[in-house]
Write a protein that binds this ligand. Sequence first.
Ligand SMILES: [Zn+2]
Length: 181
Amino acid sequence: MADFHKADIEKLIDGVLPWPATQDMLKSPKDTNRFDKYVEIMQDRVDFDDPILLPLTPHLFIVASKKEGRIVKCKCGHSFGDYRINWKLSALINVRDDEKSMSEIYRGREMPDPAWIQLREYICGGCGAQLEVEAVPRGCPPDFDFLPDLDTFYGQWLGRPLPDKVAFEDKTLEHVKEWSE
Ligand SMILES: [Zn+2]
């Protein structure tokens, strides 16, 4: 079983590992503790102390907050609330849905028809980082990219169940309903 150094995994994350070494790492069976090493590296890079349960993107993490439970946090520490609610609903959103704004991104025929398609840029309200971009038909709800079953992952895959247990369910619609109450 390959056991790569943390420093090499950091280089892989940053895209600065030389190509032969990258190939070697990609082809080798994953070290059993690769997930833990990855989380450890990311934990050193974020501006908060809450333990990371699962990295979602290079900027977003599900963390175990003592006060708020399992929530999504940006690298900068900005909270997006319960991880079972699509974090995009708590982001700042810039929508490009006309020719003028879309032509800043696309040229000529590459541009989707603004009568059909919207570009939504999701931005962190804490640090201003662009977290995600989606091109979707008008009226389409924000795509919920990933709702992981954390209790199964920690209990059955990593063999160390999390101390708390929460219902595994998408709470996005429930959250949206609260807006109209
Ligand atoms: Zn942020």
